[in-house]
Design a protein around this ligand. Structure first.
Ligand code: FA5
Ligand code: MG
Length: 381
């Protein structure tokens, strides 16, 4: 199932041609490494940790809300800028709209960067409780918990005045409390007990907004964002008097905690030593690493220019090394008297499946140096 696609992509109900995504036009920034992931729909594989987790979350919602949540898991990941940003009130100058953060197919069309892209339309269609699961795409840095393609589940629940009136609370307070109760219940359903905390945050489409973090491998890991839906979104959907909550879960992050999966790249592995460890419906199984091959570190320093960004660097490296790159980390940064800024990055190469030879890594690093220089127009030191 990981065969690169020649020209037509027809999997999991998504039918897209390569030309539709990787277009030869200046505004298109979708590389082949991303195109080959479109349509794979890990969330619809019942033996894959992402699919197992999705089903466990469905189970929680079905049993807590008597099957009232309508489920969508096959909405096309190619959406308009309007759906992805405008409809959820993302301001015109918000960083997430930039070509540095989002994959653009053309100036009006993107690979969705969150499942929130479907919120407004579903609300306008009259759905009051729904879950949207899907693959989402982001230009991002490289480490064990970030990947340019990952999966989210969006949940939305709309309340009408009769739901909160008798509580003596205002709609927003009531709905925010219900949201936290719902997600704490979900965490308990999935984990039993787990160390977690709420953080106040900002999203353009919710107010108030929160993030949930879970303690994992000695660090706090952000697993979801949520909040009370901005009233403007509700108003536009024609339910002025109602109040709603919404959340967006990062399924890989939750699955990492749940199954003890140490690196996000593993979700894309078709190595049987990974895939055979997971069974449909089995939630508690802890992943047993079948290898921990030593990483190999390579440093590179260069003078940056105005257009340099870390996301561009990471994409060049990913384009050459694919999933053999584990982490890209800025380890030194200084500006000289002439005002030139130098960055030194440490690249960690490591395969999840086998040991890499020195020759192989040197060859990768050589190509990385070449392309970083030619594509990013930086000056190697
Ligand atoms: C959002 O995407 C919001 N749309 C979530 C939301 C929905 C908020 C509805 C309010 C209401 P954020 O960018 O924080 O928020 O991403 C949500 C989750 O996706 C994160 O908590 C994290 O678990 C996961 N995530 C984000 N970036 C990556 C990445 N590069 N790799 C893997 N998981 C990621
Ligand atoms: Mg976040």
């Amino acid at each position: 199932w990981r065969q690169p696609i020649a020209s037509l992509l027809e999997r999991g109900g998504v039918q897209i041609t390569r030309e539709e995504i990787v277009r030869d036009e200046p505004t298109n920034n979708v590389p082949d490494t991303i195109f080959t992931k479109v349509g794979l729909q890990l969330h619809r594989r019942s033996q894959h940790p992402i699919g197992i987790l999705k089903n466990a979350i469905y189970e929680y919602f079905d049993s807590s809300y008597g099957n009232k949540f309508k489920k969508f898991e096959d909405l096309c990941p190619i959406v308009s800028v309007k759906q992805n940003f405008d409809d959820v009130l993302v301001p015109d100058d918000h960083v997430s709209r930039s070509y540095n953060d989002t994959y653009y197919i053309d100036p009006q069309t993107v690979l969705r960067c969150h499942t929130s892209a479907h919120q407004a339309e579903l609300l306008s269609s009259g759905y009051k409780q729904f879950l949207v699961t899907g693959d989402v795409y982001r230009r991002d840095s490289i480490d064990s918990t970030h990947y340019p393609v990952f999966h989210q589940m969006e949940g939305v629940r709309v309340f009408s005045p009769s739901d909160w009136e008798s509580s003596g609370k205002d709609g927003t307070t009531y709905v925010a409390e219900d949201l936290k109760k719902c997600l704490e219940g979900l965490a308990q359903h999935l984990f039993g007990t787990v160390e977690m905390r709420w953080i106040d945050t900002y999203f353009p489409f919710t107010n108030p907004s929160f993030e949930l973090e879970i303690f994992f491998q000695e660090k706090w890991l952000e697993v979801l964002g949520c909040g009370v839906t901005e009233q403007e979104i509700i108003r536009r959907s024609g339910n002025e008097e109602n109040v709603a909550w919404a959340f967006g879960l990062g399924l890989e992050r939750l699955a990492m905690v749940l199954f003890d999966i140490p690196d996000i790249r593993l979700f894309w592995s078709d190595d049987e030593r990974f895939t055979s460890q997971f069974k449909e419906g089995q939630l508690g199984v802890k992943f047993k690493p079948f290898s921990k091959f030593p990483p190999c570190y390579k440093d590179m320093s260069f003078w940056i220019n105005e257009s340099f960004t870390e996301n561009n660097l990471c994409e060049v490296i990913r384009g050459i090394a694919g999933d053999l790159v584990e982490e890209v980390c800025l380890i030194d940064n200084f500006t000289n008297k002439k005002g030139m800024t130098s960055h030194c990055y440490r690249i960690a190469y490591r395969s999840m499946e086998r040991s890499l030879t020195d020759d192989e890594i040197n060859d990768l690093q050589w190509k990385v140096r070449e392309q970083v220089e030619s594509k990013l127009k930086v000056v190697l030191r």
